[in-house]
Design a protein around this ligand. Structure first.
Ligand SMILES: [Zn+2]
Length: 452
């Protein structure tokens, strides 16, 4: 049952139980913002996403809270940094007592469903909390994929098929729905189906890189043409997925749902292509991994062609969606509603503030970032990297040992305060649950490079 008192506490004056929008959250694996057309990319990787951005709002600086899947997605769903939701490894699960976006929407009257193909975002880690339907196995089973096959198979078309199937068989049309769809394919290996494999690659390339066995290439020297081939194949994976997102959008339109559906497109984190001499993700906290697309489309309520320049975090997504659904924002949330940045009817205000990101893959790193500066701590060594993002947007010149480092003192103070607040939060909340990984999941994680 929908609690009317709760609904009236939302930030949008116009939302009532009868007008709660359907919500479709589309997350795309390993999607760096600067490979998306509406973020300035030179290739036509994303016509569907670009069209949504033109009809809605695009966030120019959306920062993920982590540089690999499990902690990044859990931060989206809990509005907490990884240090607080503690789902930071392949053997940790969301602690009891923390709420999620899906739980809040379900308690607020939504029917909730998820279509996932990603072993790092599965129910084993608690991602299924709050979902009536959390399908993280059908696609893999239907595609006949074994333990090691996710790397080199394309499944974005199946993700769309299962999402459409759920939409068409929705048993309770009287209730608003929250559908979460997670596309996997831009994750390495980069082996898009034809014609996407030749869409952005050089037809005269005669090297031996076909986008496979990417994990084995880490640290090995590659010729420029090999690198270009690999990047072209990654771009093909994005376009393949974008075309499947278009099928999902067209279905919503055909069902007369698109105008009144709050549609969100984002990525869980980016991908490295030798920006800092590395490939893949999880190992650093530079912008190629932290900056992701964030597009919100709701023609009934949002004016088109809006671009938000302010820096925001994906921990802001949960409070934003709850706000737009007219539901209260739990005290747990470390993010803030972004609604006032693109809807004049909002009763809240947005304050631009530093955002944070973390990774604990091999090397533990934490960072604090503003639009103009970033400080990255190497936790074990207690050393920092410092970059002036205004003058050095590609983070080439580390200022930590330079005289300019004094300009980072206010950021360092804010970072130390954040760590203190985190310690206080964790002192009063339950620790992460450790889970046992079954042999099949361990094989998958190893093949994807997440376990050793
Ligand atoms: Zn990921």
């Amino acid at each position: 049952m929908v609690c009317l008192a709760c609904i009236l506490t939302g930030g949008l004056a116009s939302v009532s139980a009868a007008t709660q929008p359907n919500i479709v959250l589309v997350a795309v694996e390993s999607l760096r913002a600067d490979h998306v057309g509406c973020y300035g990319y030179r290739r036509a990787t994303s016509p569907a996403m670009d069209a949504l951005a033109a009809e809605g709002v695009r966030f120019d600086q959306a920062i993920s809270a982590a540089s690999w899947t499990t902690p990044a997605v859990m931060s989206m769903f809990t509005s907490l940094p990884p240090s607080l939701h503690q789902t930071v490894s392949s053997s940790t699960m969301l602690p009891e007592g923390l709420t999620t976006l899906a739980t809040e929407l379900k308690n607020g009257g939504y029917q909730t469903a998820a279509i996932i193909v990603n072993p790092c975002a599965s129910s084993k880690y608690g991602f299924n909390r709050g979902f009536d339907v959390f399908d993280d196995s059908s696609i893999q089973l239907a595609a006949g994929l074994g333990d090691l096959d996710l790397n080199n198979n394309s499944v974005s078309d199946m993700v769309t098929q299962y999402a459409v199937k759920w939409l068409k068989s929705c048993r309770r049309p009287s209730l608003p729905f929250f559908l979460y769809v997670f596309y996997f394919d831009p994750h390495y290996d980069y082996m898009p189906p034809s014609p996407y494999d030749g869409m952005f690659t050089d037809p005269d390339y005669y090297g031996d890189q076909d986008g496979s066995k990417i994990v084995r290439l880490a640290g090995k020297p590659l010729a420029k043409a090999d690198k270009e081939q690999i990047i072209g194949l990654y771009d093909g994976e994005i376009r393949f997925t974008d075309d499947q997102i278009k099928v999902l959008i067209d279905t919503l339109r055909d069902m007369n749902l698109l105008t009144d559906t709050l549609l969100v497109i984002t990525g869980d984190h980016g991908e490295e292509f030798w920006d800092h001499d590395r490939m893949m993700h999880a190992h650093t906290l530079y912008d190629e991994l932290l900056r992701v697309p964030l597009i919100i489309h709701w023609p009934k309520e949002i004016k088109p062609k809006q671009v938000v320049a302010e820096q925001v975090s994906l921990v802001d997504l949960m409070p934003t969606l709850l706000d737009m659904a007219g539901l209260p924002i739990p005290g747990q949330c470390r993010g803030q509603s972004l609604v006032s940045l693109f809807m004049s009817s909002s009763r809240r205000t947005f304050t631009e503030r530093p955002v944070f990101a973390e990774t604990e893959s091999r090397t533990a790193l934490k960072c604090i970032r503003t639009s103009s500066q970033i400080l990255i701590e190497h936790v074990k060594d207690k050393t920092f990297e410092a970059y002036d993002l205004e003058n050095d947007p590609f983070e080439r010149d580390d200022l930590a040992l330079m005289p300019q480092y004094t300009e980072f003192q206010p950021l360092l103070t804010a970072y130390e305060d954040w760590k203190k607040q985190n310690a206080e939060f964790n002192a009063t909340n339950r620790p992460a649950q450790t889970i046992k990984i079954d042999p099949q999941l361990m094989k998958q994680l190893k093949s994807l490079g997440y376990a050793h």
